[in-house]
Ligand binder design. Structure first.
Ligand SMILES: *[C@@H]1O[C@H](CO)[C@@H](O)[C@H](O)[C@H]1NC(C)=O
Ligand SMILES: *[C@@H]1O[C@H](CO)[C@@H](O)[C@H](O)[C@H]1NC(C)=O
Ligand SMILES: *[C@@H]1O[C@H](CO)[C@@H](O)[C@H](O)[C@H]1NC(C)=O
Ligand SMILES: *[C@@H]1O[C@H](CO)[C@@H](O)[C@H](O)[C@H]1NC(C)=O
Length: 464
């Protein structure tokens, strides 16, 4: 599988090199972008990039030219040169008001038949399309390249009655597919945020494998910006996701039932979780991501309605989390089963974050949840080199483990958190949490329990 991922990445780079003379994708904003206070400490031998990516401005850079002399509906004779299916050659207008859905569907349908082909939404144009399922199976190597702007109709009043209100762009049953470009996917979320109803996710990948999403700016989603479910092999690189701080449920990247995921070199600012990891995820590697404002990086919520959740082997390294309601969070409902294990947070810089490090096994939206006797079992969770400042409105460290199922093997090493401003809140909280401190934690915690709980059952409820 990793071989395929590498192959996909190689193909992507090859396509970009061949086609994209304008390599610049990030433009410095006039304001100097914030960098890590201590880049040296955050750098890591395996770090793809030791500093966070600068925030790009919402400009739409020029892109690759296409070859107008070629009939786009016909594949090239030369089977392994890249075939470009430019949506404007399929009737897309790109003036921001014409409905270009049919053109995108036709271009996709044609490209789907051809190996290594590119559906191109060229730069300088704004394409409006309605809710669309881009489905496969397609020939391998298919690329959707958005160099212009792609957006849904502006708000619920313009949303076609017959369209799904749950989702906008769906990529379904694809293998070896790339979504890339120097352009912007604009969610037009503003008019949905004020509504009581749950609006749609912007981009969803469903039951697809070996996916690459890179380079794009994705903004103002009505709900989650991107969701992956039922996927295996996902590489996300150099994304910029942004929505206002006060936009509800606008999670940056949400994954569930998804395995082998890499999220790298991305900058996410939004109104909910920066990255959220739901049930059924394993082998997830997150590195060089900047979050904030946001609700931090979250595993969960898991175990809702007494469900079983299995999450394992999640690594977050070299992240910068700022101005966020949470930093690193694991949240589970009472009454769930299954386990969360092998979680490692390493080299994390915090700036003005509430609940920097939090395990909450009593997650409840109504505050009226019953006490239950089972829980998703948490074990082997490491916080290493987590430093920076917290918002004093919440204690920086909080481990509320289940009454009935203790958390075990929590490792704290070089965790040093100081108030961003105001008075030190040094009352870290632990309930039923077992683990070790390899170095002295700041603020000091003396509530972690030694060893293993006596009652820890080899209970099949908690196996995965
Ligand atoms: C192009 O395809 C042919 C036949 O499939 C293959 O022999 C050749 O090596 C390919 N060339 C490149 C550059 O991949
Ligand atoms: C954990 O996940 C990484 C990818 O993030 C993978 O390379 C590694 O093999 C996994 N480890 C185990 C023990 O499965
Ligand atoms: C749940 O348990 C806690 C702690 O034992 C107790 O304080 C609380 O009253 C219980 N809640 C309910 C609804 O039984
Ligand atoms: C504790 O967790 C670490 C990784 O987080 C793991 O390497 C170690 O084997 C675990 N120890 C026990 C006793 O399970």
């Amino acid at each position: 599988m990793m071989k395929l991922l590498h192959l996909t990445l190689f193909l992507l780079i090859a396509i970009e090199n061949a086609a994209n003379a304008n390599g610049a994708r990030h433009h410095h904003s006039p304001k100097k972008p914030k960098t890590h206070k201590n880049p040296r400490k955050l750098s890591h031998a395996y770090a793809p990039s030791p500093t966070p990516t600068p925030t790009p401005t919402p400009t739409y850079p020029p892109s690759i030219p296409s070859d107008p002399s070629r009939d786009p509906t016909q594949p090239d004779d030369n089977t392994n040169t890249t075939c470009i299916f430019d949506v404007t050659e399929f009737g897309a207008v790109g003036d921001g008001s014409n409905d270009d859905t049919a053109a995108f569907r036709s271009a996709w349908k044609a490209a789907c038949q051809v190996e290594n082909s590119v559906v191109l939404a060229p730069s300088g144009l704004v394409f409006m399309i309605t809710s669309t399922i881009f489905s496969g199976p397609c020939q391998p190597g298919l690329v959707l390249q958005v160099d212009g702007v792609l957006m849904p109709p502006d708000g619920p009043d313009c949303w076609p009655e017959s369209d799904s209100h749950q989702q906008w762009l769906v990529f379904y049953r694809l293998d070896d597919m790339t979504l890339t470009g120097t352009g912007t996917i604009e969610g037009n979320g503003q008019k949905w945020w004020d509504l009581p109803c749950k609006p749609h996710k912007l981009i969803r990948f469903f039951m697809s494998n070996n996916l690459v999403v890179t380079g794009l700016r994705i903004q103002n989603s009505p709900k989650f910006h991107m969701k992956f479910d039922g996927c295996e092999g996902v590489l996300i690189d150099k994304l910029s996701i942004s929505s206002p701080k006060l936009s509800p449920n606008t999670d940056g990247i949400h994954i569930e039932d998804t395995k082998s995921v890499g999220i790298y070199n991305s900058v996410i600012a939004n109104g909910d979780d920066c990255i959220s990891i739901g049930q059924g995820c394993s082998d997830v590697d997150i590195e060089a991501v900047t979050c904030g404002p946001s609700h931090g990086i979250s595993i969960g919520s898991l175990g809702v309605h007494n469900s079983r959740a299995c999450v394992s082997n999640i690594t977050v390294r070299n992240a910068f989390i700022k101005e966020s309601d949470n930093g690193l969070r694991i949240k589970t409902w009472q009454g769930g089963t299954g386990s969360v294990s092998g979680i490692s947070f390493e080299n994390i810089q915090m700036e003005n974050v509430r609940n920097c490090v939090i395990i909450d096994q009593y997650y409840c939206l109504t505050k009226a949840c019953r006490n239950e006797t089972s829980a998703v079992y948490l074990s082997d969770v490491t916080f290493r080199n987590v430093k920076g400042t917290y918002d004093v409105r919440s204690p920086p460290i909080h481990f509320a483990c289940s009454d009935s199922v203790a958390c075990t093997n929590i490792t704290m090493s070089e965790v040093e958190l100081l108030p961003y401003e105001g008075v030190l809140v040094d009352d870290p909280f632990c309930w039923n949490a077992y683990g070790v401190q390899e170095t002295l934690t700041i603020p000091p915690i003396d509530c972690l329990l030694d060893g293993m709980p006596q009652s820890l059952t080899e209970n099949s409820l908690y196996g995965c």
